[in-house]
Write a protein that binds this ligand. Structure first.
Ligand SMILES: Nc1nc2c(c(=O)[nH]1)N[C@H]1C(S)=C(S)[C@@H](COP(=O)(O)O)O[C@H]1N2
Ligand SMILES: [Mo]
Length: 523
């Protein structure tokens, strides 16, 4: 390799480093500025939010199924990697053609500005929303120019002529390193400031909330409602193990002092409630199993918790629902819209505006300070987190977020069952061994769960005692396992007499169907 191509390569590397550093400094400055402001989404998050909205449905389903709750981390990493690659490319090109590099930076900043202006989660006025982008352009471009200039400086002891005219000038490594260190320091300061400023106000607000004792406590849990089988999903899902599905890349920051719930639309009296108002109403405590429509057969996007909240039925009665309404359009602080059949909110199933989950205020990521919980309906048509608005209306009058994306308008949870024990591909000792799991048919109740081995006859399992029809039920079957490879399948029958169909249907438009199965080896 000739010295010249060495120099070229080194310069390219330095150019890539310059682009990366300048990009990091710009983004860090933008993040710090947005952490300082309220109601402003950072450019990085805003771009990621747009990516979520723009992603076609199959891509979203694939992401939720493949990465589960890590889908957000994967997406943000993807955005960061893309931006980093473009910034590095700008730096490489910038060694020769600084105008092109500046152009790439401006184009990226333009995309960030567009994303920030159209972000659904942002509540601040447009001028404020653009401040982080101003920081991005200012710090990012200044850093880029400084670094590229320092790359352009010929090394003092090496006369320029040595390189020849058509060859790149050898650059002054020390000068470049000095600039790089300075820009690196700016980036680090931005990062530290972001961390220091980024603590959500809602965390402090939540710490100050005391949930009153409910007027109508949940009936005591029947002792027989939980089975003791190692590996079986616990009857009540702890908050930190509860599945999370939402479009929020950053958990909406909703302190109680600024929160209100507005009830309006086709009603006689509009109501606006503060969090204090909500706490002082009749509170009921109920155990309810939540389920996501994106739960694949055998999946774990389902969880059971004890909720405390105000019955929505009572709020709507006070508002006075007018004739002709058939839906409630709920909106969250991050501008998610969900449509729920009015019927499910006014009948006796105890649909709640919930404020507590398993004995604590709602965790931030599960909707603090208030969310909806409606027995029997998939989350995307009922379980609005960070709830701020209930509009009594007609289904014909609006499009909700997910129904706009190819999901059904009405989506009752489908009767389902899952094998938890043994796990798929487990090795099991021959002899008597438990096969166990959970089954759910919210608002109907589970009547029977059956298991079969290798397509043989169905065996009725032993059901845990029913807590209420809105929660899942554990089940167990003692299997006399014989050596070899075996397939276990499960199906549930609900209290309406419906038995789960074997037919596998996909998640869209209104939930998967089919029997869960596991393959095990008995030795
Ligand atoms: N604001 C808001 N609420 C939301 C969603 C959302 O994306 N944004 N997702 C819904 C969906 S699809 C489900 S399954 C439940 C999940 O609630 P969890 O995250 O507390 O388990 O919240 C619902 N409420
Ligand atoms: Mo969901």
């Amino acid at each position: 390799m000739t010295p010249t191509s060495h120099q070229t390569r080194n310069q390219r590397l330095a150019g890539a480093a310059a682009g990366l550093l300048a990009g990091t400094a710009g983004v860090a400055a933008a993040e710090a500025v947005s952490a300082l402001l309220t109601g402003v989404t950072s450019p990085l998050l805003a771009v990621a939010n747009r990516a979520v909205d723009a992603a076609p449905r199959p891509v979203k389903e694939w992401a939720i199924e493949t990465f589960g709750s890590a889908d957000k981390i994967v997406l943000i990493s993807g955005v960061i990697a893309t931006v980093a690659a473009l910034a590095a490319l700008a730096g490489v090109i910038g060694v020769r053609r600084s105008r092109v590099a500046v152009g790439i930076f401006l184009a990226l900043s333009g995309a960030a500005a567009a994303a920030a202006l159209t972000d659904r989660a942002a509540t601040a006025p447009p001028a404020l929303r653009l401040l982080p982008v101003v920081a991005l352009v200012g710090v990012g471009l200044a850093s880029l120019v400084v670094l590229l200039r320092s790359l352009d400086k010929p090394r003092a002891r090496l006369p320029r002529e040595v390189d020849g005219d058509d060859l790149p000038a050898a650059f002054d490594r020390r000068a470049f390193l000095r600039s790089a260190l300075a820009v690196g320091a700016v980036a680090a300061a931005g990062g530290l400031a972001t961390r220091a400023l980024g603590d959500p106000a809602a965390a402090a607000s939540r710490a100050g909330v005391t949930i009153p004792r409910p007027h109508s406590p949940a009936p005591p849990l029947p002792p027989g409602a939980t089975l003791e089988v190692p590996g079986l999903t616990p009857y009540l899902t702890p908050n930190n193990a509860f599945y999370r599905v939402d479009t929020a890349l950053r958990v909406p920051d909703v302190p109680v002092d600024t929160w209100t719930l507005r009830i309006h639309g086709m009603v006689d009296n509009e109501i606006e409630l503060s969090f204090e108002d909500l706490l002082s109403r009749r509170l009921v405590e109920r155990r309810i199993t939540l389920t996501c429509v994106s739960n694949p057969v055998g999946g774990d996007l389902v969880g059971n918790a004890t909720w405390i909240g105000v019955p929505i039925r009572e709020l709507l009665a006070e508002a006075g629902v007018r004739d002709g309404a058939d839906a409630v359009r709920s909106t969250s602080a991050d501008d998610m819209t969900i449509g729920t059949p009015l019927q499910a909110l006014t009948d006796d199933r105890d649909a709640l505006v919930a404020i507590a989950m398993n004995g604590e205020p709602l965790p931030l990521e599960h909707g603090f300070p208030a969310r909806m919980v409606v027995p029997g309906l998939y989350g995307y048509v009922s379980a609005t987190k960070w709830l701020v608005d209930l509009e009594v209306t007609r289904f014909g009058a609006f499009d909700a977020y997910w129904t706009d994306r190819g999901y059904a308008e009405e989506a009752p949870i489908k009767t389902s069952s899952r094998i938890d024990v043994p796990r798929s591909f487990a090795r099991v000792q021959a002899g008597t061994t438990p096969v166990a799991g959970v089954a759910w048919a919210q608002d109907t109740g589970i009547a029977k769960v059956e298991v079969r081995v290798d397509g043989g006859p169905w065996n009725e399992t032993r059901l845990a005692d029913e807590d209420n029809i809105n929660t899942w039920r554990q089940w167990v079957w003692e299997w006399d396992a014989t050596p070899g490879a075996h397939d276990l399948e499960v199906r549930a029958t609900d209290s309406s007499g419906y038995t789960q169909t074997a037919e596998r249907t996909p998640i869209a438009p209104d939930g998967s169907t089919g029997w869960d199965s596991v393959a095990v080896t008995v030795e």
